[in-house]
Design a binder for this molecule. Sequence first.
Ligand code: NAD
Length: 500
Amino acid sequence: MNAQLAPSPAPATLARHTVAVAHGDGIGPEITDAVLHVLRAADCPIDFAPVRMGEQAYLAGDSAGVPAEAWDVLARHRVLLKGPMTTPQGGGYKSVNVTLRKTLGLYANVRPCVAYHPYVYSAHPGMDVVIVRENEEDTYGGIEHRQTAEVAQCLKLITRPGCERIVRHAFEYAVRHGRRKVTCLTKDNIMKMTDGLFHRVFDEVAREYPQIAADHRIIDIGAARLATRPKDFDVVVTLNLHGDILSDIAAEMAGSIGMAASSNVGLHGAMFEAVHGSAPDIAGKNIANPSGMLLAAVMMLLHLGERAAAERIHNAWLCTLEDGIHTPDVFNESTSKRRVGTREFAHAVAERLGREPRHLQPVRYGAFDEAASAPVERIEAPAAAPEPAKTCDGVDIFLDWHPAQRDPEALAAQLRAACPDGLRLAVITNRGVKVWPHGHPDTFCSDHWRCRFVGEQGEVSPRAILALMQKLVDAGLPPIKSENLYRFDGERGYSVAQGE
Ligand code: NAD
């Protein structure tokens, strides 16, 4: 193991840095204090600008959990060391983590998952996998709607520029860190348009990096293989939700969720945090492992160009593990010597500054050549393809229709009666499955219907779609939403119905 924690890009070293620090919620304050203790003991040339955000800010009246003063501090310093923050489940305020990542354009979430066996037990000794998770798109837009009594939906948005950036970031990471392979994980057998776009872009970008092996697996078997044969993986790149789930699993497999670090990197700034959350179940007990956030601080030091400090702290941390000084989450009778709390662990790391591990491989960040390649963002991407010709085949109209008898034939009859000239009803689906024409009697029908109308001759105009909607309203079938059916350079830009 050597420079696996180094994020990209690494700007030139400055004499002294100021970094915004958010202590976070739950175990956040105690692990942040522990990390700051080590950074100060290592005499890092860093001043810390505290920012209040998260649950405390929300409870103090800021509905988004990030007050204006916090945005000002972030805009000034551009680097944030962040404790974990609580996000209420189901209702309440939106995730501050997601708000920060998206507002600041921190598109790449890099999560190294490394085993430190036998000092920290792992069923997979030698595991050394880096998950590169897309950080801004996917269902994390949180664009959700309840459209009928029975149905809620979440929009999954994937963009070509977003895919290109994250995939190129993964390959650049592999090149700079001497990695051999990048594996792409998607569910493009089902989500052919969204995950399919990610996979297509992966194949395109992979061709620019012939020196790095590239493969793709469907996420379900890919995740199963990662869980059982992590040595088959090196760098993994995937979409936001897949990466979120996968990186927690990989962190636990390596040893403990408490030990995994992450960098969130964008064009204009970076944020460093542990992979884990605010762990309310152990908050305030001085038993949380501060290692994930400490290793995130090591990534931050590398980002700031402070390689010597990063190396000293990382090696002192490895010594601490090797000396058997362990927090309860990784304590085990055979290799641990002292069970310590959060504070005591940090003190043990600070006492070992200047020492190197004897059995675990020491890190050598001096050898990490930050100038070896240009920052990812400055890499010349191939010229964008010309704007495709966009034509419209028709429209999907969604209806809230809930008579006592939910008979698709009856709905089709009403829709066909209301359909203006030039359009025809092509198919009705319920939860994506075709129910008309020739539906199956066993298919469950909710109150949410997708009714596809297509042009009888060539392109369908916006006026024709409006006329259809007007007719449907007049017929007592008001649309609850619509999606136009576009082609791009003649290629269909919408999925066919399941069973169509
Ligand atoms: P969690 O990661 O906080 O905790 C999961 C389990 O791991 C708990 O049993 C916890 O005790 C343990 N654990 C986590 N960190 C640990 C550490 N450093 N040392 C020892 N044990 C540790 O996940 P959760 O319980 O699902 O989420 C709690 C809250 O954190 C939620 O509000 C969630 O939205 C939020 N969250 C925040 C972030 C972030 O700030 N980046 C990430 C994930 C979850």
